[in-house]
Design a protein around this ligand. Structure first.
Ligand SMILES: [Zn+2]
Length: 238
């Protein structure tokens, strides 16, 4: 049912054109609202996700590059990030400060971390640990794949996503219906197929955005993006 009041409202809106200046001021609000919607949509939230790689030396890693990247790490959300490493069977555990970090704990295979300014400190004085959440991502995708197959839901975009996350990228491209994700997958495949030594000609820095299970390489490989242009290569030789 359309109420009388809503008909009046619509007629009112049709009869008026909003001045451009006023619409302009609504754009940032609309973007926040859109981001909120995407963040709460299980199928799309991943579009907002950003992965960072850090190197820990003697228990410390610098966040400087991550914090100054064009899409910087959001420090307030770091305590909620999933960080796993070969040193720990469980995701790293955030603690409030270095006093808590340095507490004596029984060796349960748990790694603790905290941050101070642009430095991330890790318990146990770890050295040169590769830090990422891609292992966790792969495990999650494989669990979802089993569940979707059990439910015969293999024609869905969600199934295309798990194909992508497990490295079956060509099948994922064929199946994915969402045009944005389809284009993203195609771009990743193009990057995989590039010569491992290929790099752009600008003076941007090489940033490892995540590791991806590459069929061509037969293992998980760094996805390296230029910080200045859109160039991406999937290679451990850059
Ligand atoms: Zn470049």
């Amino acid at each position: 049912m359309i109420s009388r009041q809503s008909l009046i409202d619509r007629a009112f809106l049709r009869a008026r054109t909003l001045p451009l200046g006023r619409l302009d001021s609504l754009v940032s609000q609309a973007m926040v609202e859109l981001a909120r919607k995407v963040a709460t949509d299980d199928n799309r939230a991943d579009l907002l996700r950003k992965d960072f790689t850090l190197t820990v030396v003697s228990g410390e890693a610098s966040l400087a590059a991550a914090l100054t990247a064009s899409e910087p790490m959001l420090l307030p959300f770091l305590p909620m990030a999933t960080i796993i490493s070969p040193d720990s069977t469980l995701p790293w555990q955030y603690v409030m400060d270095t006093a808590q970090l340095n507490l004596d704990r029984s060796a349960l295979g748990m790694v603790y971390f905290t941050t101070s300014g642009s430095t991330l400190s890790v318990s146990g004085g770890l050295t040169t640990t590769y830090l990422d959440n891609d292992g966790e991502r792969l495990r999650e995708a494989m669990q979802r794949m089993v569940a979707l197959e059990a439910n015969h839901a293999m024609e869905t975009d969600e199934y295309a996503e798990v194909l992508y996350e497990t490295g079956r990228i060509e099948e994922a491209i064929v199946l994915m219906k969402d045009p944005i994700k389809k284009a993203h997958y195609q771009q990743r495949l193009d990057a995989i197929l590039k010569d491992d030594g290929a790099w752009c000609n600008c003076d941007g820095e090489k940033q490892v955005i995540r590791r991806y299970p590459s069929m061509k390489h037969g293992k998980s490989i760094a996805v390296v993006k230029c910080t200045k242009c859109e160039f991406v290569n999937v290679s451990d030789q850059l």
